[in-house]
Ligand binder design. Structure first.
Ligand code: UFG
Length: 334
């Protein structure tokens, strides 16, 4: 029987964002009530469709606590709100530490004050850092290279401390590259500015921008470009449902990778976009982007063992097809 969340409230901090909106939809699809906390710094009002909304800026400790008090009987909290663009973090570490680390501290303090015990936290494969040990196991030493990865690792450590000292139950999901869009075409990736490879390449294919840049063609990989593990956002949302179920079954703490185990190069992404859209993607080779790692792909076994999670929507063609369908709608293309 499908896991039933009927009558259960789940607070989704960052629920108006790309991944957050898909998590809200999945919770509603399972009968639960997703309450979005967001400040629309990068999320969108139109993406809040499946439950109540509260304006919350985690950097403000007092108002964050007040918002949590309104939902103090919530079953769980999902924390997705953060600054995510790797390149921007290198240029503005101050904003990243404030938004990500201080924001997470204020969230944890509100949960502690109200004795809210179940937290699912969005972490990242960028916490591991440069290593030749691929696929990445959760036991891999974490030595992040980017400011982004450093802020996420600091939060992981805070969460572990709150678990040890105050009994917080947590599941830290280390996502690989979120991609694709819900099959309804209603929600998808909409960052402003957009820095991610797939939406930028789709815009180039659609003729909505000039040539794109491929950052680094001299990496030690078969085609010289970086390798990532692209996981469909609907699979990431499904991993949260598995996490909520694991709490119900008594799980108290874990860190798991959420990826497919398949590494795909930047040029392979462009090739698949050309196949799916039937349009060429014009690009120039450009210097490496600060903060980028050569290759990142997951060992997905632990997520299967501990959460019963496996990716179902993440074949590359489906990722590009669903992203293309969503963007065609946003861009009013025929
Ligand atoms: N890239 C280009 N040209 C572009 C944009 C990106 O060549 O115009 C390259 C990047 O340099 C990188 C690859 O495409 O080699 C993927 O870059 P993205 O910006 O799409 O994704 P990242 O891997 O940098 O980061 C994303 C999320 C993070 C997450 C990380 C995990 O932004 O939140 O995936 O790898 F942690």
């Amino acid at each position: 029987m499908a896991f039933d969340l009927t009558g259960k409230t789940v607070i989704i901090v960052g629920g108006a964002g790309y991944i957050g909106a898909h998590v809200c939809k999945a919770i509603a699809d399972h009968g639960g009530i997703p309450v979005t906390f967001d400040n629309f710094s990068s999320g969108h009002e139109h993406a809040v469709k499946w439950g109540p909304f509260e304006t919350v800026d985690l950097r403000d400790k007092a108002s964050t606590l007040e918002a949590f008090k309104k939902y103090k009987t919530a079953h769980s909290v999902v924390h997705l709100a953060s600054s995510i663009e790797v390149g921007i973090g290198e240029k503005d570490p101050s904003g990243f530490y404030e938004n990500n680390v201080i924001g997470a501290f204020n969230l944890l303090e509100a949960m502690r004050e109200l004795a809210l015990t179940n937290l699912i936290f969005s972490s990242t494969c960028a916490t591991y850092g440069e290593t030749d040990q691929m696929p990445l196991l959760e036991s891999q030493v974490q030595n992040p290279f980017s400011v982004y990865g450093k802020t996420k690792l600091a939060i992981e450590h805070m969460i572990q401390s709150y678990h040890n000292a105050y009994g917080l139950a947590y599941i830290t999901l280390r996502y690989f590259n979120a991609s694709g869009a819900d099959s309804s075409g209603l929600i998808g990736e909409e960052h402003d500015p957009e820095t991610h490879l797939i939406p930028i390449a789709l815009a180039a294919a659609a003729g909505l921008r000039g040539k794109m840049k491929i950052f680094g063609t001299d990496y030690d990989t078969p085609d010289g470009t970086c390798i990532r593990d692209y996981i469909h956002v609907s699979d990431i949302a499904g991993a949260h449902i598995c996490g909520l179920k694991a709490f119900a079954n008594g799980l108290k703490s874990t860190e798991v990778n959420i990826g497919t185990g398949q590494g795909v190069s930047n040029l392979e992404i462009l090739q698949m976009i050309e196949t799916v859209t039937g349009l060429p993607v014009a690009y120039d080779a450009a210097p490496r982007r600060a903060g980028d790692l050569t290759r990142l792909y997951a060992d997905p076994e632990r997520a299967k063992e501990v959460l019963g999670f496996t990716a179902k929507h993440s074949n590359l063609e489906n990722i590009i097809q669903t992203a293309w369908t969503f963007h065609r709608g946003v861009w009013n293309l025929k």
